[in-house]
Design a protein around this ligand. Structure first.
Ligand SMILES: C[S@@+](CC[C@H](N)C(=O)[O-])C[C@H]1O[C@@H](n2cnc3c(N)ncnc32)[C@H](O)[C@@H]1O
Length: 454
């Protein structure tokens, strides 16, 4: 126990932590520790991996999805990643989706990871992608292991996030502070949400507790409960299974559907074969994303080369489009920028894409622009990796040019060569150049495309 354990001041917020036993985070708000200080890693392996029959359950699968409540320090994720990585028969892709209401800062996470030197290879990679700034509520997607692992963090309340989740989870790590310390989370609505976000072919679940609130809640949501010996001195823990079920046709949409056609998502079919028309940035990035999800993609381009139109510009700016208000759109653009930046930076580091993240300045060239940029700084000024206010002198000094205006500097932004991005995204895709598609119609096989030669 360290002295700072007792540093619980009046201004303590729900997400604040102190430290116990050196590097074990403790939540004064919940009155609970994040992991077992004696052997947190062994407990994770026993409870969540063994409890879900991992690694067997993911073997020889294309995709396998793990869902979790309470990402915390990421210990469960790191243990799953290590186990997956060392399994020759692992699934082609691993999706790890976790909710977290109070995300740890990067420094706190790095400190907590000191407890498991044997995971350092993985924790270092997690720290590399973990944002330096506070993570905003919403969805954050990270790509690891050369795209074979996708880590999706739903920042928000577990019940809300899992109720709105539109996906299919194969196995659940039901974590979170102890039911007696955090009864709001262990609520019937959570168990119902987990059941409806489960894979219709069935799902498994494991949790370290055997508390009645968990057993009853899971049972009412349709899970079949098994008790097994708990880890270490703990008497019992729970594993559970959800049998295959038919998906309800009338499942409410995860978000409100507007009249705009792009919000009306078609019901996904079973086909893994996808045709894409157009070999610019949009087509190539869709091809890359679908390919990463195991689809067989055929791309048609009417020109005799990819990136023939606007995507053929030699230079494109990669900079965030930020909004003055904290609206959904602004969060979406910010998350989208960070995702694209991480992806393109990785490709640039591998020498596949030409880019230079030299920073970009948005100059306050008019009173209106000044007002907008001031608004951005007022809202986002503490995210110094994203925005920095520069006056005319500072801007002139930074760029080595006499600039008449100051503005907002985006330090992580820069230029990219779009054709190299298109080539990188399209590598490994079945590409047909000089093919103009003139008609798409329904046929026995799904959709049939016709080109100008019939
Ligand atoms: C025991 S700790 C995390 C354990 C984690 N798997 C680890 O290894 O660090 C529980 C986590 O659940 C989060 N949490 C608690 N209540 C929550 C809720 N209602 N919604 C989302 N996350 C919650 C806490 O912030 C905390 O990070």
């Amino acid at each position: 126990m360290t002295a700072d354990q007792n540093a619980v001041g009046k201004d303590q917020k729900a997400g604040d932590i102190t430290w116990r036993d050196g590097d074990v985070p403790y939540s004064p708000h919940f009155g609970d520790i994040y992991f077992n200080p004696k052997d947190g890693l062994a407990e994770t392996r026993y409870v969540f991996l063994e409890g879900n029959n991992l690694p067997n359950a993911w073997q020889h699968r294309e995709n396998f999805a793990i869902g979790e409540t309470g990402f915390g320090t990421g210990l469960n994720f790191l243990a799953a990643w290590q186990c997956w990585d060392s399994d020759a028969n692992r699934s082609k892709r691993l999706h790890f989706v976790s909710v977290e209401k109070y995300p740890l800062t990067r420094n706190d996470m790095i400190r907590a990871h000191q407890s498991w030197p044997e995971l350092s290879q993985y924790s270092k990679k997690l720290a590399d992608i973990w944002p330096h700034e506070t993570m905003l509520p919403g969805v954050h997607r990270f790509s690891l292991a050369d795209g074979a692992i996708s880590l999706t963090l739903l920042i928000g309340d577990a019940i809300e996030c899992w109720s709105g989740y539109d996906g299919k989870i194969d196995c659940w790590f039901l974590d979170g502070f102890a039911p007696s310390r955090n009864p709001e989370m262990w609520h019937p609505d959570l168990f119902a949400a987990l059941a409806s976000a489960s894979c219709p072919t069935g799902a498994s679940l494991a949790t370290y507790t055997a508390a009645r609130i968990a057993r009853d809640g899971l049972e009412s949501a349709g899970f079949e409960i098994n008790k097994r010996k708990g880890f270490g001195y703990k008497r019992d823990m729970i594993t559970a299974t959800l049998s295959a079920f038919e998906e309800a046709d009338n499942k409410p949409p995860a978000f409100e559907i507007a009249d705009d056609p792009w919000f009306n998502l078609p019901t996904p079919g079973n086909s893994k074969s996808v045709a894409i028309i157009g070999g610019g940035l949009a087509g190539a990035s869709c091809a890359d994303a679908l390919n990463a999800r195991g689809c067989f993609v055929t791309l048609f381009e009417k020109a005799d080369q990819l990136a023939n139109a606007a995507s053929g510009n030699p230079i494109g700016m990669l900079e965030p489009y930020l909004t003055v208000d904290d609206a959904i759109m602004g969060r979406f653009y910010e998350a989208g920028y960070r995702f694209s930046h991480r992806k393109i930076k990785r490709l640039a580091d591998q020498g596949q894409v030409e880019a230079d993240f030299c920073g970009v300045i948005d100059l306050a060239t008019s009173a209106r622009k000044r007002e907008r940029l001031d608004g951005l700084i007022a809202r986002l000024g503490d995210k110094t990796d994203l925005v920095e206010a520069l006056d005319a002198n500072q801007a002139s000094e930074r760029f080595g040019l006499a600039l008449p205006f100051g503005g907002v500097f985006y330090p992580s932004a820069g230029w990219v060569n779009p054709p190299s991005v298109v080539q990188a995204f399209a590598s490994g895709i079945d590409i047909h150049l000089s093919r103009t598609i003139t008609c798409i119609r329904d046929c026995d096989k799904g959709k049939c495309l016709t080109d100008e030669n019939g």
